[in-house]
Design a protein around this ligand. Sequence first.
Ligand SMILES: *Cc1c(COP(=O)(O)O)cnc(C)c1O
Length: 377
Amino acid sequence: MQPSYLRPTYIEVDQQAIYHNVHEEKRRLNAETALFAVVKADAYGHGLIPVARVCQEAGATGFCVATIDEALALRAAQIAAPILVLGITSAQAAPVAAAQNISLTVGDQDWLDDASNFLSEVTDCPQLKIHFATDTGMGRIGFTDVVALHTTAIFVEESKYFTLEGIFTHFATADEKDTIYFEQQVAKFKLMLAALPKRPRYVHVANSATSLWHEACQCNMIRFGVAIYGLNPSGHALAAPYDLQPALSLFSELIFVKQIHAGDSVSYGATYTAQNDEWIGTIPIGYADGWLRRMSGMTVLIKGQRCPIVGRVCMDQIMVRLPEKFAVGEKVTLIGRDEADEITLQEVADYADTIHYEIVCDLHDRIPRHYLPRRED
Ligand SMILES: *Cc1c(COP(=O)(O)O)cnc(C)c1O
């Protein structure tokens, strides 16, 4: 969709907050442990390339993405650091990945057989770096069987097409207080690791939650995602060991203000009817921007005051009830701080009965991103 630059709705990304969150995490890690910044899904809606650059300044030595296209976008921006694609990539893309020095995730022998065929068609193709995914309880991708993993590791050692750069697993419950399932996954991962004839360069299990709340097991890399953006992966369940600073704010303006009278209704379905004379403001954002229909009733901040969204959320506009007549052009804060009050992504997610991960990923690129520069240390 065409970004709408001339509409007064925009996202502000505080690069200092991103720097702070990565830097604080980096300080907690021992010197051998690499921090790979997870910048999939356009850096959780914050903007792939600007976020990647700040992460590098703050000490990230590599990146994780979800798709090969996201990895290629980093390379196209001249980012030369190691990149791991976390999902399974089509085997056809193996030669492109090898040529661009992009590491791919492998979850079974069949994929390697397919990729070998594609790689054999390319002359002078560099070896493809791979990481074995092991499924220790997430039930998503990866080896579940120790013997199969061992056999495939031998195959890779003997293959001229691949080099084993890493092995990893992903936890299903690292953000929960109860650690029983987590410990079961750790035990399985240790068996998986022991099935390799040689320890690869990177051994990694930690997403943000694991790195924040668990002792890493024989690992030397973390996949640090949502906490980069200042969001607590557990929601309310666990306190982070340092202050996570939220990086994203969402602002707009009142573009229309009017008075309505008792009995007048607002928006589709006429679900909201004024009880008295009321001032209503219209804001240019809607569900096409990712401000979900279920945000009806949620508040926004104007002049430090909470104003509820009244009636249904439209595709491109919402209406709010104002405490008094406010001027057209008045700043509106949908996410972020306004005077003494703040609307956090967690509050928005709670209201929408989902997780903040989903809210940020839904914020559409129709909304332009503005970047606040880093402050001097
Ligand atoms: C997305 C993802 C991460 C990052 O998770 P956060 O909770 O955002 O830190 C790490 N590892 C894998 C395999 C992922 O898919």
